[in-house]
Write a protein that binds this ligand. Structure first.
Ligand code: NAP
Length: 256
């Protein structure tokens, strides 16, 4: 019996085969999960995500801009019509205008700050509220954060402030949804080469530094994201909520 046989999950944040959400989806599918996917509206996103996910034979691949309540309502309505209830959600989404990441945090514009917060933080609240409504037996929601939300990582700037807010949102959501047996956790992943990380200034420097300083002497691997997802989204972590799991080869515990 596979770990996720009979379980249904909704995935936000697959852009390509380097996406963290894809690493998690691959592991979940291998364990028998039924997955529904979303992508940003637009023909090219739709084509890209449909082509990538077709090996999982998803019943639903739906357009959703998390800034649009109408899109979110539509996604959750279709998921409820198709499956009735779901067991888990992957929220693996962030965005900041590239120019905001190229200048000091001090120079962040009001518009850039609001946009980054809306997509990278508020979207978790908006998703969790709708997801909990179709998790009558309880469920698990996982988002992805980074150490730049705990400590200053030069170049991460407004996104670091978003991650701090995201991590604390995880705790408040865990409280609000706990009595409904809906758990909310975050994985704080070490630096991975993805589409999003290409926009972060000094990213290669971050990776080199992380590998050198971490306990394991290397960076985290793609498949390790999948394994952590299996843990936090499944029964093995039934008593865990409001937690930020550091998946960083021990980088964050070293005081160098
Ligand atoms: P990714 O593959 O680029 O994934 C980011 C996803 O967010 C993409 O699918 C993107 O869609 C989507 N997105 C952006 N704006 C959206 C919106 N308004 N509505 C719906 N979806 C939207 O990069 P990733 O590295 O896997 O990022 C996933 C998460 O991991 C992010 O929260 C990131 O901060 C976090 N994280 C990444 C690292 C790392 O080193 N890569 C480390 C720690 C944490 P499009 O591509 O179609 O725009």
């Amino acid at each position: 019996m596979r770990l996720f046989e009979g379980k249904v999950g909704l995935v936000f944040g697959v852009a390509n085969d380097r996406s963290i959400a894809w690493a998690m989806s691959q592991a979940l599918r291998a364990e028998g999960a039924e997955l529904a996917y979303t992508h940003l509206p637009g023909e090219s996103s739709a084509r890209r995500v449909r082509r990538l996910t077709e090996e999982h034979a998803p019943k639903l691949v739906l357009a959703c801009d998390v800034q649009q309540d109408r899109d979110l309502d539509g996604v959750f309505r279709r998921v409820a019509e198709t499956y009735g209830a779901i067991d888990f959600v992957i929220h693996s989404i962030a965005f900041a205008p590239p120019q905001e990441l190229r200048k000091p945090y001090l120079e962040t514009s009001r518009e850039g700050w609001h946009l980054a917060m809306d997509i990278s933080v508020y979207s978790l609240v908006a998703v969790a509220r709708r997801a909990a409504a179709i998790m009558p037996q309880g469920g698990s929601i996982v988002t992805i954060t980074y150490f730049g939300g705990e400590k200053v990582m030069p170049g991460y700037n407004v996104m670091g402030v978003c991650k701090a807010a995201l991590e604390h949102s995880v705790r408040y959501l865990a409280w609000d949804l706990g009595r409904k047996a809906v758990r909310v956790n975050a994985i704080s992943a070490g630096p991975m080469r993805t589409l999003s990380s290409a926009g972060v200034a000094r990213f290669d420097e971050m990776r080199e530094h992380a590998a050198r300083k971490s306990c394991l002497g290397r960076n985290v691997e793609f498949r390790e994201l999948g394994k952590a997802g299996l843990y936090l989204l499944g029964e093995m972590s039934d008593g865990v909520t409001g937690e930020v799991l550091h998946l960083d080869c021990g980088y964050s515990i070293v005081g160098l």
